[in-house]
Design a protein around this ligand. Structure first.
Ligand SMILES: *Cc1c(COP(=O)(O)O)cnc(C)c1O
Length: 330
């Protein structure tokens, strides 16, 4: 089976240079103290559009030929891919149609609409949204750019792996949020191409972890999609998954699952200790460290993948600890 290679990721990096930010990596003193090894945070939630998804979307759009660009692009998205694709398509002056399920929060819709993309809301799951995408490809000739299972998307996300190793050359372990696996497989391919002994571990929410369930089953399987604080990690991996299932199986060293309270603690820590606003999906790496679910023997790089959280929800989560603390003190 064809897999994405380090050469593909180098090519992606050249293609998207100037279209994305090279985000900083900073040391976390509090997490380093807690773990007893240096813990670095890759601040990719500060990427343009608020998530790393702009890397894959920019690479995929830039890889299209003139005739495909004239037809426009379509995708199913839990929000951040749609937002990134809308931004990337707008830069190219292209039409973009984004299909998504009813579970996607409203703040994500508004932003995509603002970027000039057309939005279609269909069904209660990513799989329903995906069927609408296939209809538009067949009936209107749009080019499908899926959120994760596509070589140009994976290669674009992989550029993060190159940056992380340049910023922390002695990284022993990289923690990556995991849903469909475009992010984790791109990073793993890049990281292991440069530093084969560096471990790459995926982190998902326990509620509806489709890739973990599929890896355990030995084949892509369907998992019920449930509401979670890590809403950007929701959705299936596709029963006809082409690339990311096999790449996760071959390249990831482990997958960690987290409860909702643990994810909330990650968001709170990011805010109170690191002064960073991250969404649930972006906080799972920190959450895994706080939950004591990671055994690190050397420098750790934690990817903060996105910041597109409803600010009312963020306030509730952050104030939750203030309440709990004052209750304890009382
Ligand atoms: C999409 C997304 C992920 C997961 O990426 P996959 O390639 O689907 O595994 C993680 N964090 C954020 C913020 C995302 O938007």
């Amino acid at each position: 089976m064809a897999q994405v290679t380090p050469n593909d990721i180098d090519a992606a990096r050249e293609r998207i240079a100037g279209k994305i930010e090279r985000t900083p990596t900073v040391i976390s003193q509090s997490l380093s103290d807690r773990l007893g090894v240096p813990v670095h945070l890759k601040l990719e939630h500060r990427q343009i559009t608020g998530s790393f998804k702009l890397r894959g979307a920019s690479n995929a759009v830039a890889s299209l030929n003139t005739e495909q660009k004239a037809r426009g692009v379509v995708a199913a998205s839990t929000g951040n891919h749609g937002r990134a694709l809308a931004h990337a398509a707008k830069l190219e002056g292209m039409r973009a149609v984004i299909c998504m399920s009813r579970l996607v929060p409203g703040n994500k819709l508004d932003e995509i609409r603002r970027l000039g993309a057309e939005i279609l809301i269909v069904g209660n799951s990513q799989d329903d949204a995906q069927q609408e995408v296939e209809r538009l490809v067949a009936q209107e000739g749009l080019v499908m750019l899926p959120p994760f299972d596509h070589p140009a998307i994976i290669a674009g996300q992989g550029t993060l792996g190159l940056e992380m190793l340049e910023q922390v050359p002695d990284a022993a372990l990289v923690l990556v949020p995991l849903s469909g696996g475009g992010l984790a497989t791109g990073i793993a391919a890049a990281v292991k191409g440069v530093s084969p002994r560096t471990k790459v571990i995926g982190v998902s929410m326990a509620r509806g972890a489709a890739m973990k369930a599929s890896l355990d089953a030995g084949r892509p399987i369907l998992v019920e999609e449930l509401p979670t604080l890590a809403d950007s990690l929701g959705g299936g991996i596709g029963l006809d998954n082409q690339l990311t299932f096999a790449m996760c199986r071959d390249l990831l060293d482990d997958v960690i699952l987290l409860g909702e309270d643990e994810i909330a603690a990650g968001i709170r820590h990011a805010y109170a200790q690191e002064r960073e606003i991250v969404e649930g999906a972006g906080a799972v790496g920190i959450a895994a460290l706080l939950a004591g679910k990671v055994n690190a023997k050397g420098p750790v790089v934690v990817l903060l993948s996105g910041r597109n959280i409803d600010m009312g929800l963020h306030r509730t989560i952050v104030c939750g600890e203030a309440l709990a603390t004052s209750e304890r003190a009382a």
